[in-house]
Design a binder for this molecule. Structure first.
Ligand SMILES: Nc1ncnc2c1ncn2[C@@H]1O[C@H](COP(=O)(O)OP(=O)(O)OP(=O)(O)O)[C@@H](O)[C@H]1O
Ligand SMILES: [Mg+2]
Length: 247
């Protein structure tokens, strides 16, 4: 009996993505011909100098902005040509985002920070699921703490739990350890590593820190809007060397 194997699409795929800000024909491209596939359950770090286009690439990939040309697919579905309304739905339901400065609501407890934003957006977000996720990120004992009563690393872990509430296809993180000291940063990286390995979460993380990038399965290097190298299983020293030698 013959069997046709249909390969599952990657969680995320960018094909020949170009981004220009502004309409002027001479506006310089911030991204030029960026193509990359992100298989489900993999943890990718994106590195490159300031202004090289890392945040722009993440925003195109997450449906926060549209590429000027090229295509973006999330779980095999094109997202670059969606309407504003469809993009809002995509951002709410299919992708998660974690920022450098946590963006928690000061007046809410940890558990409220995890489920209330989704509920306010009209999703059936359950408190019980928020409690499960806070347990998963190691904060089961801190459900009722407010952000001011949590350390930086703990706040970022609450933000990660919030981003996971809708079971996103991809979790994006833009310098999630950038505002943390080394130890708190390590906690967050260990958590991201564990989410990819144990939960199959697909993670794309921007970082300036080679040690942080070494926690990922692979590192993509972006220079002047062009993906110029891909490293697999590289040590922090190797990554730092590659980043510096490109300057
Ligand atoms: N909304 C915007 N309008 C116009 N230009 C922009 C806009 N956003 C970013 N840029 C420009 O695009 C380029 C890339 O910016 P981007 O924020 O993607 O870089 P980055 O690699 O994330 O940098 P950093 O490491 O400093 O965060 C920069 O030259 C920036 O000035
Ligand atoms: Mg940036």
């Amino acid at each position: 009996m013959s069997q046709t194997l249909v390969e599952a699409p990657p969680a995320l795929r960018l094909r020949d993505v170009t981004k220009r800000y502004g309409r002027a024909a001479d506006a310089t491209a911030v991204l030029s011909g960026v193509s990359a596939a992100f298989p489900a359950g993999t943890f990718t770090a994106l590195m490159g100098p300031s202004g090289s286009g890392k945040t722009t690439m993440l925003m195109c990939a997450a449906g926060l902005t549209r590429p000027t040309t090229g295509t973006v697919e999330v779980a095999g579905q094109r997202i670059d040509n969606l309407s504003d309304k469809q993009l809002t739905r995509l951002r709410r339901d299919r992708v998660g985002f974690v920022f450098q400065h946590f963006n928690l609501i000061d007046s809410l407890t940890a558990v409220e920070n995890v489920y209330l934003p989704a509920r306010l957006a009209g999703r059936p977000a359950l408190r019980g699921r928020a409690v499960e996720l806070l347990n998963l990120v190691g904060l089961g004992e801190r459900l009722k703490h407010r952000p001011a009563q949590l350390s930086g690393g703990q706040r970022q872990r609450v933000a990660i739990a919030r981003a996971l509430l809708t079971e996103p296809v991809v979790l994006f993180a833009d310098e999630p350890t950038g505002a943390l000291d080394q130890e708190a940063g390590r906690e967050v990286l260990d958590l991201l590593r564990r989410l990819a390995t144990e939960q199959g979460t697909t993670i794309v993380m921007v970082t300036h820190d080679a040690a942080a990038a070494a926690a990922a399965d692979r590192v993509l290097l972006l220079f002047d809007g062009v993906l110029s190298a891909e490293l697999h299983g590289a040590s922090a020293e190797e990554i730092a060397h590659r980043v510096v030698s490109h300057r």
